[in-house]
Design a binder for this molecule. Structure first.
Ligand code: PDD
Length: 284
């Protein structure tokens, strides 16, 4: 039985309660973060806390806990649940109020929920095999840089990809890849250049993305932050995704076509290795 956190209290998961009037439930009026746990420690909590603050500001929403208190709570949850490897999910909502499209009074308390999930990350099966991608239209809203809990379309896209025999979807706007359903997308060209979509409202500004691009810089690899097409992805020597819960995961097939040699590529594997080593060192 897990211990979860609900607005100031640590409770057993079966005892946790959120109001039916909560705006997270009624309007998806909520933001979230997923922080990975390695060796019982949090990976890049600072980055996640900063992005949370950015999401909150973009939605004119408050969080009734300061970053220091959120950090302490994350650590407490990891300790209480003995998590060695996995993640902490954090959600902040605008709170509970009578259903109304207009925001409730500013003094309404935010709802803060967090829980842990154990998951093998370093020795994840998909890191060894690589994953298959199907491309689909990006039918999400226009502000994908805000990490809201409106995840229905990404969820539908993931299921559609599965129907097509793939593991996940890459989403397309005007024929160009934005990102994966819950990860950022990359290709490595035949010349060894890493290409990933530039930062804008079209993608989530991944915390792993930032760290992995830094690793690429340290390794002296060339990076181009720009949109790329599916046609360009078909010609790539490697492809991969990044996310807190996936680190760097190789992509070996796109729309039924083999990427490179059809197995995890050397640039992808090197980036994964370095990202994990650096994360283990810096985790708190
Ligand atoms: N997803 N793009 C999207 C649409 C995402 O949902 C995520 C994260 C990422 C990668 O961001 P980061 O590197 O900060 O995890 C990119 C999380 C893990 C999730 O929803 O479970």
């Amino acid at each position: 039985m897990r211990t979860v956190f609900v607005s100031g209290k640590y409770v057993e998961e079966t005892e946790a309660q959120v109001s039916v009037f909560d705006r997270g439930f009624l309007f998806a009026d909520a933001v979230y973060e997923v922080t990975s746990v390695l060796d019982g420690k949090l990976v890049d909590f600072g980055g996640h806390a900063r992005r949370l603050a950015r999401s909150l500001k973009a939605l004119d929403m408050k969080c009734d806990m300061e970053p220091a208190a959120l950090l302490e709570m994350h650590r407490e949850l990891v300790a209480r649940n003995n998590v060695e490897e996995g993640l902490v999910y954090l959600q902040v909502t605008r709170g509970a109020a009578d259903r109304d499209f207009a925001f409730p009074a500013p003094e309404t308390s935010s709802t803060i929920v967090a829980f842990t999930q154990e998951k093998p990350l370093v020795n994840a099966e998909q890191a060894k095999t690589g994953i298959k991608i199907a491309t689909l239209d990006d039918l999400r809203w226009g502000l994908c840089d805000i990490k809201t809990v409106q995840l229905l379309y990404p969820s539908l896209a993931k299921m559609e990809a599965r129907k097509k025999g793939a593991d996940d979807a890459w989403l397309l706007r005007d024929g160009m890849v934005t990102e994966g359903t819950s990860n950022n997308a990359y290709i490595v060209t035949q010349d060894g250049v890493i290409v990933t979509r530039d930062l804008s409202h079209a993608i989530l500004h991944g915390i792993t993305r930032k760290a992995v691009l830094h690793c690429a810089h340290v390794l002296d690899l060339k990076v181009e932050e720009r949109p790329f097409s599916v046609a360009e992805a078909f010609e790539a020597s490697e492809a991969f995704i990044t996310a807190a819960a996936a680190f760097v995961t190789p992509v070996v097939e796109i729309d039924g076509r083999t990427v490179g040699r059809g197995s995890p590529g050397p640039v992808t594997q090197k980036l994964r290795e370095i990202y994990i080593a650096e994360s283990q060192k810096a985790a708190i």
